[in-house]
Write a protein of this length. Structure first.
Length: 255
């Protein structure tokens, strides 16, 4: 039983008990509100934080203490991905690109280069719609399958790596992931490269958190990503880090 189902069961039991007490003693409405507030807070926190594994298991924090860094990029491919690929090539670093399906359709030549240079691919939905978290499970399943078909077309391999748009998880998304046999991939270091134009602030944040084995989240559709990426790569190398892909850092080869 998932943590969500357990908490939901506790919530239902709490409401039933409170109702039974209220039937005999006429208690204040606040006693209903308290468990409801706790349950809603739990749902919001669980939806926004993949590492809580509220609805389904997610891979976020590697257990190893080795100096290994898995570089991951979301929201491509885009013309800005080309400069990211150039930077990675200069440092002989491999990465995992979580691609949006409709952007694969739009930039097939960039997709071919990502694959040709030996990077790993992952599914980041087809539409990346702002409404994706509230889509029906059937529609989410269709998006996952559509993007997986594109990834298979370019790689010749079945894809099982999925990163939900915005890092949001819901029961509907979890159901679709189970149906499509995907593995949910999160991160341990979020760069926040999309929320500030201060490149140095992003770089310092990542460097400060780079302790032990980590998964770094960046976005390859941003013009400033190469300027952020290069100092991070150099810092990692100077501190004895190796660049590895997600399947390796989480030992997913046999899963």
């Amino acid at each position: 039983m998932s943590p969500f189902k357990k908490i939901r069961l506790y919530f239902i039991n709490a409401i039933v008990i409170i109702y039974a007490i209220d039937y005999f003693y006429d208690i204040h409405w606040i006693f209903y509100a308290i468990p409801l507030f706790i349950f809603l807070f739990y749902l919001i926190a669980g939806s926004a934080t993949l590492s809580l594994n509220t609805f389904i298991k997610s891979y976020t924090h590697p257990k190893s203490n080795k100096k290994e860094l898995a570089l991951t990029f979301d929201d491509g491919p885009s013309p800005n991905t080309l400069a990211v690929l150039d930077t990675l090539k200069n440092y002989n670093a491999k990465a995992t690109f979580f691609c949006i399906g409709h952007r694969i359709d739009k930039h097939p030549e960039i997709m071919k280069r990502i694959v040709a240079e030996g990077h790993t691919l992952g599914n980041h939905s087809y539409s990346h719609s702002i409404w994706f978290p509230v889509f029906r499970s059937k529609k989410i399943t269709q998006e996952i399958n559509k993007t997986n078909d594109l990834i298979t077309h370019y790689t010749g391999k079945e894809n099982r790596l999925f990163r939900p748009p915005f890092g949001v998880m819901t029961p509907g998304i979890a159901k679709a992931i189970t149906k499509t046999r995907q593995l949910v991939m999160g991160w341990s270091i979020r760069s926040f490269d999309t929320s500030t134009k201060d490149i140095n602030k992003v770089i310092k944040r990542v460097q400060k958190k780079l302790v032990g084995s980590n998964v770094l989240l960046l976005h390859d559709d941003r013009e400033n990503t190469p300027a952020i990426l290069e100092p991070i790569l150099q810092f990692a190398l100077d501190n004895g880090y190796q660049f590895v892909d997600l399947p390796y850092i989480f030992n997913l080869a046999k899963k």
